[in-house]
Design a protein around this ligand. Sequence first.
Ligand SMILES: [Zn+2]
Ligand SMILES: [Zn+2]
Length: 351
Amino acid sequence: MKPSDLLTPTPAGLYCPPADIYIDPVRPVARALITHGHSDHARAGHGAVLATRDTLAIMALRYGEAFTGSQQAASARETIRIGAVDFRFVPAGHVLGSAQIVVEHKGLRIVVSGDYKRERDPTCAPFEPVPCDVFITEATFGLPVFRHPPAHAEAAKLLDSVRLFPDRTHIVGAYSLGKAQRLMALIREAGYERPLYIHGAVEKITEFYQAQGIPLGEIRKVEPSGRKAEGRKAFAGEIVICPPSAIQDLWSRRFPDPVTAFASGWMRVRARARQKGVELPLIISDHADWDDLQATIREVQANEIWITHGEAEALAHWCGTVGLKGMPLHLVGYGDEGEAEPEAKPAEASA
Ligand SMILES: [Zn+2]
Ligand SMILES: [Zn+2]
């Protein structure tokens, strides 16, 4: 059996003919397997969804309980047979609930890694490398310029700035699923004990993380509509975490003389930070950087590397230089972490 008989790229996403399922489809399909809850991978409207319990719960929080016709939860590493194909969900270290999907049939093993990272993250299970014949990877940060510094050092930068400017509010843009909660956990690990303030769009997912036993300390929601009584002074010296889109909108004007920060792998690019009006760029990413993409590819020992999105050509080229077959798939509909944010939803944006 050829790998392309087991998994094949289609406009709706990666399709597995012998099981008649799609992985992370970008269009509504009858049966979908979903790697994680970011909106470019997890969409509403499928007939049936198989995913980890946390991913199913996150989808229900974002889209409502009726996000799919039926659902089935996959335990970590449990083998689930569909048709004659075996599937396993193995932790990807990206966000809570995130999984790689191992697809196995007639002795051929393909790993669909979804989005992943290798750096320690106190809010989710670490990535587990699975040796395979074909490894399917993203390449969001697949260029040598992207080398993420240790996340705890970036969190320390934020706290240094808070100490340096005790009268200013630090507004930190962070994606509402995963990044925001990881940042909270990093801030707590650094010993910061004051309440952390959040934008309404971050609330539901944060409560879900807490309910799963992830300690994030005291979290307070910034009340909407800028109640004057709360006073601008109330937020002086505090840390406020919000979706990136809120940094520049009206919402942020309620805070006195704010320092704007943004936690993202893209903050490695100075021009991006400037363009977004970010004063304090924090390079914290939930994606593998250039070194970790390479290390992971070597570790899983696959001969063929299929690259879904991001800097696919650059990573495919590198594969060639080390004797591996690298193949860009040019899948459409998957974004970088910026596009993974459902910030277009007016309900969230206005909160
Ligand atoms: Zn993602
Ligand atoms: Zn993604």
